[in-house]
Design a protein around this ligand. Structure first.
Ligand SMILES: Cc1ncc(COP(=O)(O)O)c(C=O)c1O
Length: 417
């Protein structure tokens, strides 16, 4: 199955979007298991040999069934919270296949990560390093760490997802990183495994990745000069996908180029990890939504659907453009409408697409493409709206992998006093 959004299609393995919408209701997320497996295997086949591993970035899509699918295919996990840790432990992941990133780890988070025996904690600041040292001393255990450096590389993506620039909160900048490496290498209860970076997300060219690799190779030379020897390079994730006909490298090309850069920079003897998320699941997911109203009585035409920014925040947050199509059968000669596709949430930012040409009528089912990553996992309950069901197409059958939330689910944790 080619899930590139350039191709219009109305079914996955002959399971039609319209029948899924009828069976499970709208809005709902639909994922294509074959497509996720193909994506994972594409990068695995070219990259994941000895000393090379993929640690899927759980934040992209954290559905338990998708985590299990990727784990069974051989993936490890990059987590950023204890909630994500619980998810991956719940599917039976080996703690030695878990890396923990994030700038705000609490004392309890660090204590638990050390006690669970995860593979590596990616350290994002000097004060975090001191906290890890204190906790590992108290526990009389050794904490495995990598220092996240901020290589100050512009990945050319949206400013909110350009994490490798010096002015962001992520990692330790080039000026200060050596102090962290020296401190970590001197502590009895810290095992300095390596170096980590993640320069951003939705990166559409290879160049920023190659720049980062040569910058890290230089850092490793500097470390050697200080007699600090590491074994791990965590290169983060970030490869982009085609949302709206953008040309992006395939996972296969990406893997090949990374392999060449590893060789060219004499890094072949290191354990190397990629923390890919979006490029594995992004184009394998879809959001199905129903047209509630068509409103033509203002300056613009509005197609008002039952999914909103609570289900898919990317257009509002990043100005992201998702391809949108009507998948309902042609019942009569519908006219093509230039419209904004908007949701029911009470915010002007509640839109799924702007200035889109659609042939729709009330009651039709519309599909929003490229909703496998940073869609369901970023969903909220704003306007007290329950989160939608998630459906996985597996062996030609739709299987509900998470139920639609109920209003009761939302209200039951609240008290009236
Ligand atoms: C530390 C880290 N690693 C990996 C990823 C995954 O990025 P992507 O989904 O773009 O591959 C992210 C996401 O921003 C991240 O913050």
């Amino acid at each position: 199955m080619n899930t590139d959004p350039k191709k219009n299609f109305k079914n996955i393995d002959k399971v039609f979007f319209e029948s899924i919408a009828k069976e499970f209701g709208t809005p709902c997320f639909v994922y294509d298991e074959n497509s996720i497996s193909e994506n994972y295997n594409q990068i695995k086949n070219v990259f994941a040999q000895e000393k090379r591993n993929i640690f899927y970035s759980v934040k992209a899509n954290s559905s338990l069934s998708i985590l299990k699918l990727l784990y069974d295919l051989g993936s490890g996990f990059d987590i950023v919270s204890m909630g994500e840790l619980d998810r991956v432990l719940k599917i039976g992941a080996d703690p030695k296949k878990i890396i923990y990133s994030g700038v705000g780890k609490s004392e309890d988070d660090i204590k638990r990560s050390i006690e669970e025996g995860i593979y590596c904690i990616n350290v994002e600041s000097f004060s975090e390093l001191e906290r890890i040292n204190k906790i590992s001393n108290e526990l009389k255990k050794t904490a495995p760490v990598a220092i996240r450096v901020n290589p100050n590389i512009d990945p050319g993506s949206h400013e909110y997802i350009s994490t490798g620039l010096e002015e962001t909160k992520f990692g330790i900048n080039l000026k200060n990183m050596m102090d962290a490496f020296i401190y970590a290498s001197e502590q009895k209860h810290i095992d300095l495994l390596g170096i980590d970076y993640h320069i951003g997300s939705q990166i559409e060219t290879i160049e920023p990745f190659l720049k980062a690799i040569s910058s890290v190779a230089q850092i490793i030379e500097e470390l050697k000069n200080k007699n600090i020897h590491i074994q791990l390079i965590d290169m983060g994730g970030g490869l982009g996908i085609s949302y709206n006909n953008e040309k992006v490298p395939t996972l296969n090309d990406f893997g090949k180029e990374i392999n060449i850069a590893i060789k060219d920079n004499n890094l072949e003897n290191y354990n190397i990890i990629l923390e890919l998320g979006r490029s594995i699941v992004g184009n394998s997911g879809f959001l199905l939504t129903k047209v509630e109203y068509i409103k033509k009585d203002s300056e613009k035409n509005y197609v008002i659907v039952d999914a909103g920014m609570d289900n898919l925040i990317r257009p509002a947050l990043y100005g992201a453009v998702h391809k949108i199509d009507c998948v309902s059968e042609e019942r009569n000669n519908k006219e093509e409408l230039l419209c904004d596709v908007v949701g029911p949430v009470c915010e002007c930012a509640d839109f799924l697409g702007k200035d889109i040409k659609l042939k729709v009528e009330q009651g039709d089912i519309v599909v929003v493409y490229s909703c496998g990553a940073y869609a369901a996992s970023m969903a909220s309950n704003y306007n007290t709206r329950p989160k939608p069901a998630e459906i996985l197409i597996k062996n030609g059958k739709p299987i509900q992998i998470s139920k639609k939330e109920t209003i009761d689910d939302l209200l039951k944790r609240e008290l009236i006093i």
